[in-house]
Structures are given as C-alpha cells and as structure tokens.
Design a protein around this ligand. Structure first.
Ligand code: PXL
Length: 290
C-alpha cells in the first residue's frame, strides 16, 4: 500500500463490523486506558470488546489509587468475547500485576492471540501514568519481559518504558536502534520505539524493527500539554488497522496519522492535562452550552 488512508473502511449500517479486544484499565477521567480505546475504536468504526484489568481513581491531575480485578475474571472476560464474538486483533494496556499478566498470557495462548496464533496482539507495556503514578507492580517487570512481550505481534513502549524494560536510555538514533533490538530479542515480532520527545525538532520519528530491517516512520510532532491517552490511542489505531488486515508498517502509518489528528484536536480538562481527542471525527470545539 503506497498511500495509507486516513480512515479505516466501514461497512453498511446493520452489518457486523470488524471487532477488536482491549485488555486494559479504566480511567475515571475518561482520557486514557479503556476509555481512550473505546473513544477511538468507536470513531474508527470498529466494535470494541473489553476485558477490564483494574479500576483507577484518577482525574486530570493524576492517579490516586486503583483496584485490581481478580486475575481469573480478567481471563474469563477474554475467553467470553473471543470465543463468541470473535476479534480480529487485541491490545493490552494497564495490567497492574504479575498475576494479571499471567492470566492474560494463559488466555491468549489458549485462544491463539499473539505469538504464532491468528489474532495479532498489540502490547502497550503501560508501567506508569504521565504523572509518574505506578500502574504496574515493580515485581511484574519480569513477567512483562519473559511472558507477555514474547507474545506481542508489536510492542509499543514509550521511552520511560523502554528504559524500565531494557535498561537502555534512548537518547539518539543509535540507542533507539539498540532498544528496538533488545525488545525484539525478548520475542516481540515487531518492536516500536517511539520517538516521542527524543529529538527536539518538530518531528517525532518512530522506529519499527522486525529483526531484519529498521523502518523509520516520521510524522509531524504536535506539542501540547494535553496528550493524556496518546500512547493508548496510537496502540488502538494499530490494533484496529491490524484487525482490518493491514501489515504492521501500514497499521503504524495509519495509527500515527490518527493520533496526530487526535493530538491536534486535544483540549484542556480540569486542572491538569487534557486528553487527546478522537472526537475530531464528529466535529470539535463544542464549547459549553449553558
Ligand atoms: O496512558 C496510559 C494509561 C493506561 N491505562 C490507564 C491509565 C493510563 C495513564 O494514566 O490511567 C488506566
């Protein structure tokens, strides 16, 4: 595909759409986690199933606590939807604990999600909120490295997560390539090392690696404090495009375009950071009607 379209195809009204599964935590502020995924999935035209892993208590200023869901209930949500509704791709976000990672991996192995199975799995290895609040237990890193990442069709860490998972501080192109190699060595089919704030230009080059070739995917960088949920939204775009049968590089091109558009439309919310905004699809800037 030479030109990746800005939007995914949608079928006629009344026809069952492409389905995806998000395995993630709830954000009471509505900007990240499951809520970010559902907003984007709906506006991209795919049906999203959900396996809730944790309920966070948060607003625009940070996460003040969370309650984990029992690991067998997390796994049963995955089984219930994959065996009945069927999904074209799945993604993981906040998984909170090693026990939840284990339960998710067991269900994914059983259902052919990730690994050599037929259902692509996007692993967004969420470790902390943008405010630094932990969203994954420190003792779960070994499970992330040794069990979940090896099942990833594509793993999508930000630079802080890269450092936690691989020990590599990405500061330039060379360390970005070293990090991609390290993530691939852990067993991910594709490793995406996001440029994020890496280069102080108006571009944020992401590096994609499949063990053979490095692919740099560059996109305009939008500088906004309202980027809550940006990582989730990029991973959601990847997941939806993979469910449509895109290759990983084409899925990334679509997802970068999607998240860039959502960043451009981001809005302030509360006293802290506002969310990226997939509502650009239905027209933005509603203002407050009083
Ligand atoms: O953006 C990462 C993320 C994922 N999931 C939940 C979150 C956050 C960030 O705060 O709260 C539930």
């Amino acid at each position: 595909m030479s030109q990746t379209p800005e939007l995914l195809p949608v079928g006629p009204e009344g026809e069952t759409p492409v389905r995806v599964l998000t395995i993630a935590g709830s954000d009471s502020g509505g900007g990240a986690g499951i809520q970010a995924d559902m907003r984007s999935f709906a506006l991209m035209g795919v049906h999203a199933c959900v396996a809730v892993t944790a309920v966070t208590v948060q607003n625009s200023t940070g996460v003040s606590g969370f309650q984990e869901i029992d690991p067998p209930i997390v796994a049963d949500q995955i089984r219930a939807v994959v065996t009945d509704i069927g999904v074209g791709a799945a993604k993981t976000g906040m998984l909170a604990s090693g026990a939840i990672i284990d339960a998710v991996v067991d269900a994914c192995v059983e259902l052919g999600t990730g690994g050599d199975g037929p259902i692509p799995l996007v692993v967004d290895p969420v470790c902390a909120s943008m405010h630094g609040d932990p969203l994954l237990a420190a003792d779960a890193l070994d499970d992330l490295r040794g069990k979940l990442i090896p099942r990833a069709t594509v793993v999508t860490p930000n630079l802080d997560e890269v450092a936690l998972i691989t020990g590599i501080e990405v500061v330039d192109g060379e360390s970005q390539r070293a990090a991609a190699r390290a993530l691939h060595d852990l067993g991910a089919r594709w490793a995406l090392v996001k440029g994020g704030h890496l280069r102080s230009s108006d571009h944020s080059p992401d590096l994609l690696y499949d063990g053979a070739e490095f692919l740099e995917i560059d996109h305009e960088r939008i500088d906004t404090p309202h980027d809550h949920g940006a990582g989730d939204t990029l991973a959601a775009g990847l997941t939806a495009a993979l469910a449509h049968g895109y290759s990983v590089p084409d899925a990334l091109r679509f997802a970068k375009g999607w998240v860039t558009r959502c960043l451009r439309a981001a809005y302030p919310l509360g006293e802290g950071h506002g969310p990226v905004n997939p509502l650009w699809r239905v027209g933005g800037g509603f203002g407050e009607s009083r």
